[in-house]
Ligand binder design. Sequence first.
Ligand code: TRP
Length: 454
Amino acid sequence: MLKAKVGRDSFGSKFGIIAAVAGSAVGLGNIWKFPYIAGQNGGGAFLLIYLLCVLVIGIPVMMSEFTIGRRGQKNAYGAFKSIAPGTRWYLAGIMGIVAAFFIMGFYSAVAGWTLEYIYQAVTHQFAGRSPEEISEGFNAFIQNPIRPAVWQLIFIIITSIIVIAGVRRGIEKYTKILMPVLLVIILVLCVRSLTLPGGMEGIRFLFKPDFSSITGTSILYALGQAFFSLSLGMGTLITYGSYFSKKENLGVTALEVSFADTIIAILAGVAIFPAVFAFGIEPGAGPGLVFITLPGIFQQMPAGDFFAAIFFILLGVAALTSTISILEVIVAFFAEELRISRRNATILAAGSVSVLGVLASLSFSSLSDFTIFGKTIFGLLDYSSTNILLPLGGLCIVLFIGWYVKHLLLYRELSNSGSIRVWYYRSFIFLVRFVAPFGISAILIYSIFYGGLG
Ligand code: TRP
C-alpha cells in the first residue's frame, strides 16, 4: 500500500496542552458569570463552596474526560464507540455534540457583544455618559436586530479561521499566545482596582466567608458554575484529551488546569469587586455587572476608556479560546464521522452554528416575543445546556468511568502504562463512583423540578 494512514492531529507540547485546555476553561464563565453569581450568593462563603465542588467533582470529571479521549483517540461520540463498542454509551457523546451547538449559539452572541464594547471603548463612546445612559445604551444595542448578529458572525468567523488551521497549527499556536496576554491584562486590571480608594471593602466581600448567606441553592449554583467554568460534561475535554500525547500525565494536567481556571475566576473577582465597592455599587448586580455596571465605573476613573478597552479585550480573548474549544467538538465529530476534511467540517459546523446563533441574538429584538416554555431562544439554549445537558453528560461520563470501564484499562491510562505513580487512584475511584454521581444528580433534579439555576 502506497497510501500511508494519515495520523491524527495532536498537541505538540506540554505548554500547548495547558494553554489550550486552560483556554477552553477560562472564558465568559470566569469573568462574566463568576463575579455576579458570587456577588449574589454571599461572596467569600460561595467561593469556599465553589472550591470544594471543583475539588471533589470537577477534577474527577475532568480526569474522566481526558481518559475517555486519550484512550478512545476519537471525537466525543467516536471515543465512546471505540472504548465500548456495541453499547449505547455513545448517546452521551451525541448529547455532547447537541450541547456544543446550543452553547455555541448563545455564547457566541455574548462573545459578539465584547467586540461591540471594544469598539465603543476605543472610539470613546462611553465618555461623559451617565450610568443610566450606559444602561440604556446596552439595551438599545442588544435590541438592535442587526448589529449584535453581525458582531456574532464576525466572532464565529475568527473562531473558524483558527480551528480550520488545525490542532497544532491553529488551536495550540493561538492559545499559546492568547493565554499569556489574558493573564497580563487581568493582572493590570487587578492592580488598578486594588489601588482605588475604598477598594479593600471589595476584597473583604470576596474573601470573608459569611456562612449565614449560604443556602441549598447557592451550593447548587456553585456546582453548576464549576461544571460550566471547567468546560465539563460536553466532550470538549474528551476531544482535547484525544490530542494529548501518551506521555501526558492526565491527573496532574487536570489539577493544573483546574487550579489555573479557579485562579483566573478569583482574579476576575479581584479586578471587579474593589471597583464596584469603591464606587458604591451593589455587588449582586446580576448579568449586567460586566456590560452595564463596569463601563459606568470605568468612566469615573482616569484613563477610563483605556481600562474599558483592555477589559473588553480580556473578555473577548477569554471567550475566543473557549469558542475555539466548543467549535472543535463539532468539527472533530463531522470530520471523523462524516469522513470529510477539517476544512469542510469547519465550514459546515460554523454555518450551522451561525443560524442558531443569529436566532439567539434576535431573542432580544425581532424574536423577543417568541418563547418556548416561557423562555426566549437565547434563554432556552443557555438553560437547557447549562442546567440539563451538561450535568447529564457529566453524569454519563462519571458512570462510564466509575462503573463501566475496567479498572485495568483505567489504571493503565492514568499511569501511562505503569510509568507514573497514581497516588490519587483510590480517592479518584471513590469520587467518580459515589461523590460525583450523587452531587451531579442533585443539581439535575433540582434544576428540572425547581425551575433551575441561573
Ligand atoms: N468554560 C468556558 C467558560 O467558562 C465555556 C466553555 C467552553 C464550556 N467549552 C465548554 C462550557 C464546554 C461547558 C462545556 O466560559
